[in-house]
Ligand binder design. Structure first.
Ligand SMILES: *Cc1c(COP(=O)(O)O)cnc(C)c1O
Length: 245
């Protein structure tokens, strides 16, 4: 087994244990493999053990990888090697900061965008999403730790932003995403994650039907799952330490 395969098994075991502890079924949590800075070969390694959802932070790097893997899939199919057929079912999530001059590529290549924090970005994505593709699945990134430097919409502005995004064609609002302040204190991690699940519950009580709570990374996925995460975004624990941030 390769390191990535061993790592993936270990992450699945952590997710399973956290689900048991939370009294939730294991299939209630989706593992998003964060492949930023990782070459396509490592992504293929993860795909070969059944991983099919990937997260990218940088637009050009992500698009290059999406194209490389689509080409790889075509090549393998034409050589009648079916081993990598699951490549067809890949979903690509954009999870990094998004500037308005980069929205077009994201709208054209990605399946999900989890890092929407203002209406202008959502409007551009809606306008630029090609009609031949299904709606772009989106999450609003919320700044739950309140640090001025972090991206994310403030909890106070969330209801108005969610209403506006819901009304846009070409987008399907699925839920909320957050990157809380890193901490080794599990009680603090849990409190921050509960804040995000509270915000989702509040929106749903106001008539939304959001099903995605994207929170938890390599170091804190257990507390995220305990607090109700439906998607954890894991990079380092699968692909190893990143050379570039
Ligand atoms: C890099 C990144 C992750 C993965 O972080 P790890 O600590 O490597 O698991 C998750 N979410 C976002 C938004 C990221 O930028």
């Amino acid at each position: 087994m390769t390191t990535i395969q061993t790592n993936l098994q270990a992450v699945h075991a952590r997710i399973a244990a956290a689900c048991v502890r939370a009294g939730r079924p294991e299939n209630s949590v989706t593992l998003l493999a964060v492949s930023k800075t990782c070459p396509a070969t490592k992504v293929i390694d993860a795909i070969s053990c059944g991983q099919n959802a990937f997260g990218e932070n940088y637009v050009q790097e992500g698009v290059d990888k999406i194209i490389a893997l689509a080409n790889e899939h075509t090549r393998l199919n034409t050589t009648e090697n079916q081993a990598l057929n699951p490549v067809l079912n890949l979903t690509w999530h954009f999870i990094g900061p998004l500037q308005s001059n980069k929205t077009r590529l994201v709208a054209e290549y990605f399946d999900w965008v989890q890092s929407i924090d203002r209406l202008k970005i959502a409007e551009r994505l809606a306008m630029q999403r090609p009609e031949y593709l299904p709606p772009l699945q989106v999450c609003i990134q919320v700044n739950i730790s309140g640090e001025a430097t972090k991206s994310g919409c403030s909890p106070i502005d969330l209801p108005v932003l969610a209403q506006a995004i819901r009304a846009l064609p070409g987008l399907c609002l699925r839920g909320l995403m957050a990157i809380p302040e890193p901490s080794d204190d599990e009680a603090l991690q849990y409190r921050q994650f509960r804040q995000l699940s509270g915000l989702l519950a509040q929106l749903n009580a106001e008539g939304f039907a959001l099903d995605t709570l994207s929170m938890g990374m390599s170091h804190d996925l257990e507390m995220a799952i305990l607090a109700g995460a439906t998607m954890v975004r894991v990079g380092t624990a699968i692909f190893g330490e990143r050379v570039i941030a």
